[in-house]
Design a protein around this ligand. Structure first.
Ligand SMILES: [Zn+2]
Length: 347
């Protein structure tokens, strides 16, 4: 007879903690949370939320696991790199093995204006594990328009920030950062690197905020911007105050990221020498047929989730997902990425 686990003791250290207690645990078990991005922050956030017993977790990530992720992305292993696993699926496999008592839904896609409503509408809370302002502004637009709380987190080098946003009550992310810094101006993980300790610290603050929100400890929530530098040993709390009447999002209620048409478009991926190309109307692609077609032009590797093609002439690498989305590696030039996409995959 297979051994069974005594699940009744799973959360005992958390329910003994008075601010959570059994009632808090019941609320956590009922909760639905979306984690957007399963890279460094998202890995750690998803791991902690799954272990804490959040009843439903939707894990959204567009990327696959690579060797340089392992330094800080705590859910993944070398075999995920070798198997070219999409991060959302690798996270699903790992966390399903950690906690079989919760529901986890992996989504291998990027969050965009075309799918934001579908992916975020049925959750109580959104937690940021992304690495770019475009997606954060989209989350913020959705959150403000639909009065859904979300928790921002960002890391670079040894420095990180987090903020808890409750629409109508607190400032939103665009009250604090009205515009994203122009490309090339702000340091990125590419130019400044990032170390694991700050990832774990910021992810932990995000999860603590999530747990407080889910158990109803609203008065304990972070009411400003919390900034930490683990190398310099600095911790700062900057009050962010009330929603600003002149904020383009929560003040003027202009949801430019949410309202943006879901065109065919390319997105330069942070810190990766890569560009994502996606179609406005995703088209199921026959990856086996594509593999046969491309096999004369370079190296083709296929698993059940994706196809990777390396162009023998230019060494550019295209990773193609079944919905037609592709990540073109070896360039940060969007036009070149689209050209390669059109050449090899066609529209
Ligand atoms: Zn605002």
């Amino acid at each position: 007879m297979p051994a069974t686990l005594d699940q009744s003791r799973r959360y005992i250290r958390q329910t003994i903690f008075a601010p959570i207690g059994k009632e808090g645990q019941r609320r956590i078990a009922m909760a639905r949370v979306a984690v957007v991005g399963c890279g460094a922050l998202g890995s750690s956030v998803a791991d902690q939320l799954a272990r804490a017993g959040v009843g439903f977790l939707r894990l959204i990530d567009r990327d696959f696991v690579e060797i340089h992720n392992l330094q800080r992305q705590a859910l993944y292993t070398e075999s995920d790199v070798l198997n070219r696993m999409p991060k959302a699926l690798a996270a699903f496999d790992r966390l399903s093995a950690v906690n079989s008592q919760i529901e986890i839904e992996p989504v291998v896609d990027d969050l965009n204006s075309g799918n934001a409503a579908r992916l975020l509408e049925d959750v109580d809370l959104i937690v940021d594990g992304t690495d770019n302002f475009e997606t954060r502004y989209l989350i913020n637009d959705f959150a403000v328009a639909n009065r859904r709380p979300w928790i921002y987190g960002g890391v670079i080098g040894s420095y990180g920030m987090t903020m808890t946003i409750r629409p109508d009550v607190t400032a939103c992310i665009r009250c604090v950062f009205p515009e994203a810094p122009p490309p090339g101006v702000a340091p990125t993980c590419d130019t400044a690197g990032v170390i694991s300790p700050v990832v774990q610290v910021i992810a932990s603050y995000e999860v603590a905020e999530a747990l407080k929100f889910l158990v109803g400890a609203i008065d304990k929530l972070n009411d400003g911007m919390l900034a930490v530098d683990v190398w310099q040993l600095s911790i700062d709390r900057v009050p962010t105050g009330q929603p600003r009447p002149d904020c383009p999002c929560c003040g003027l209620r202009q949801f430019e990221f949410l309202d943006a048409p879901a065109d065919d478009r390319e997105t330069v991926l942070c810190g990766q020498d890569a560009v994502q190309v996606r179609l406005a109307h995703p088209n199921e692609i026959d990856l086996d047929q594509l593999a046969r077609r491309l096999s004369g032009a370079g190296e083709v590797i296929r698993n059940k989730f994706l196809l990777r093609f390396t162009d023998a002439a230019t060494d550019r690498e295209l990773t193609v997902f079944p919905d037609g989305r592709a990540i073109v590696r070896g360039t940060t030039d969007g036009d070149e990425a689209k050209r390669l996409y059109a050449t090899y995959i066609g529209i």
